[in-house]
Every structure is written in C-alpha cells, then in structure tokens.
Design a protein around this ligand. Structure first.
Ligand code: FMN
Length: 315
C-alpha cells in the first residue's frame, strides 16, 4: 500500500508522485461523507472524513466498502478518528477502519498511540494533527508517519502558531510528510507550502462549498459570502477555540453585536448544526462547485505558480 514508512523522505517522494497536486481534503464534522471522499480521491487529492459522520459503526462499514469500491484501488483516502475521551465510538470505529484496511488514518484531538499499532499492522499510514511543537514531538516519538500542523486561521478547532514558524521548527526534528492546515484556498498557497518544505495543504473550508459536501445550503452559501473580516474566534461552541462566521454566532444569540459572549459555559455538539465554522481562507471561495472542479482549479493555479517561480529564478 505504501513504501517503507520509517523512511520519511521516501514516503514524501511517494506521495508527491501519486497525487495530482499537493492537496489533502481535510475531514469535517457533519460535512465530509462518501461523495466528497470519492470525488476528491478520484481528482488526485488525498482526503479523509470523520468516522463519526456515519451515524453508526454499521453505517461506517457500508461507507468504507463503498469508498473502496468507487475509488477502485486508489488508496488516496482515509478515516479521521477523534481520540478525545468524549468519543464513545472510538473502539468500534477503529475496528471498522481495521476491517476495511483504510489506507490512511488521521488521528485528532488526542495522543495517536492507541491507533498506531492496529493501523500499522495492516500496512496503513497514521497522520496526527497537532497545534504545538510539544504535541508534534510527542506524536513523532509515538511513531506517526505524518503530521498535520494546525495553524492560525484554520477552520474548525483552529491552531494559533504562524505557519512559517511552525513548519521551520518541525522540520528540525521530523523528515516525514507534513500537511499544513489554515487558509489554504488556492494553488498558489499549495506552492508556497512546497517552498517552505511542507508537503501538503490540508484544506477544509474550500470543500464546504462543494456539491458533494453534506453541509447545509446556508453553510455553503455563508462560505461564499464571507471573508476573513466576517469571522470570530470563539470557544463557546466546543470549549476549544474555533473560527465561525460571526453572522451565525449573532443569529443564534451566542454573541452580541460587540462580539461579547451572551452566555456562560460551552454549548453542546449539536450547535455545529446552526453555527457555521470556516477558516480565514473563506474569502478565496466565491462559488459552490463540484469538488473535482475546485481541485482542478487549484491544480491549475499550483502549476502556474510553480512556472512563475521557475521563470523568476531564470531571470
Ligand atoms: C466545519 C468544520 C468541521 C471540522 N471538523 C473536523 C473534524 O471532525 N475532525 C478534524 O480532525 N478536523 C475538523 N475540522 C478541521 C479540518 O480538518 C481542517 O483542519 C481545517 O478545515 C483546515 O483549515 P481551513 O478550514 O482553513 O481549510 C473541521 C473544520 C471545519 C471548517
């Protein structure tokens, strides 16, 4: 399925060769399902979806079978397992992932150690998302194959570090694949990551506004209509700082016109059905289109940006 996973540079080269562009369509709660996964993998991106988007482990089994069938042996997809103690389905969903031999697992919100052994045993890769150097070092020590660096401006539970600093610092101790999450909305941004010596842009927000996403129409439309000035960072929804369209926080009475919280404590997970999370890159997304069209546009922009770099260096 993959080359020797302990050889970071070989794995990086392998990913570069098998993808049409250096893109990873990121997993999103209530948004990513089989249609988005199949369309993105077919268009040449890596892609993953949260296991909990399937209503039950039995439905997850069906989704995994369908994805494997409809991507016809293209192994550019994976499952996102939420490791936080609040996820009571972790063991069942990990078992379904192992049964399906999902090519890739993205471990989020917790230490990846629980999933690395079972996934490596069948030959899968494990990426872990991290928001600090301490967590990145810990994940590498535990044996992950790749890292997702959550940086300032990412949609969902965001990071806070600047991507320039984060990538440079992680490269000092990790030579495997690095994906960067946070406002990656164009092929130019993908090329900028290559220049930084990262491998993949980890993009969620651009894929909310696609036909295959399971997002509500209002969420898709709000991504199209909002730019970075229209966002608020709030911990009120999950307890972890996340970026939201301010208009949706106002409409739901979560903040007042001055951005002050209107209640105490954390709302429950169902709130994600009425408030719209997105990252600072939303301004780059001006239409709802198919995932394949969005990926093709990004691939075209990426190739053009690389060409500009080559011509500039020849001057
Ligand atoms: C609506 C929404 C839901 C998300 N849900 C998840 C999730 O379930 N699991 C996860 O690991 N990341 C989740 N994320 C984070 C994304 O995987 C990714 O890190 C982020 O979208 C990248 O930043 P961008 O939105 O600026 O492209 C979510 C992001 C958004 C916008």
């Amino acid at each position: 399925m993959w080359p020797d996973k302990t050889d970071g540079p070989a794995l990086r080269a392998h990913l570069r060769a098998r993808l049409a562009l250096p893109l990873f369509v990121a997993p999103m709660f209530l948004i990513s399902g089989p249609e988005l996964v199949i369309a993105s993998a077919r268009a040449g991106s890596l892609v993953s979806f949260p296991s909990i988007n399937a209503r039950t482990p039995a439905e997850l089994d069906r989704w995994l079978r369908r994805i494997a069938e409809e991507t016809e042996g293209n192994a550019n997809w994976g499952v996102n397992l939420i490791l936080h103690k609040s996820n009571g389905r972790l063991e069942d969903d990990l078992a379904a992932t192992v049964r399906a031999k999902a090519p890739l697992v993205v471990a989020s919100v917790g230490a990846p150690s629980r999933v690395i052994g079972p996934v490596h045993d069948y030959g899968g890769l494990v990426f872990s998302d991290v928001a600090s150097l301490r967590h990145a070092r810990k994940a590498v020590a535990e044996g992950v194959d790749g890292l997702v660096l959550l940086t300032a401006g990412a949609g969902g539970n965001t990071g806070w570090l600047n991507p320039f600093a984060f990538v440079e610092d992680v490269r000092k101790f990790f030579d495997g694949p690095i994906a960067v999450a946070g406002a990656i909305g164009s092929g130019r941004a993908l090329h900028a990551l290559e220049v930084l010596d990262a491998d993949l842009g980890y993009a969620g927000t651009p894929f909310i506004a696609t036909r295959e996403s399971m997002a509500q129409q209002d969420h898709k439309q709000t991504v199209v209509e909002t730019d970075a000035d229209g966002l608020s960072l709030s911990s009120l929804v999950t307890g972890i700082p996340a970026n939201f369209a301010r208009s949706s926080l106002l409409k739901e009475g979560i903040i007042d016109n001055n951005g002050n919280p209107l209640h105490e404590g954390v709302l429950d997970v169902a709130s994600w059905k009425t408030v719209w999370s997105m990252g600072h890159g939303c301004g780059a997304i001006n239409t709802i289109c198919t995932a394949g069209e969005r990926i093709d546009t990004m691939a075209h922009e990426w190739r053009a940006a690389r060409q500009i770099s080559v011509s500039r260096s020849a001057q």
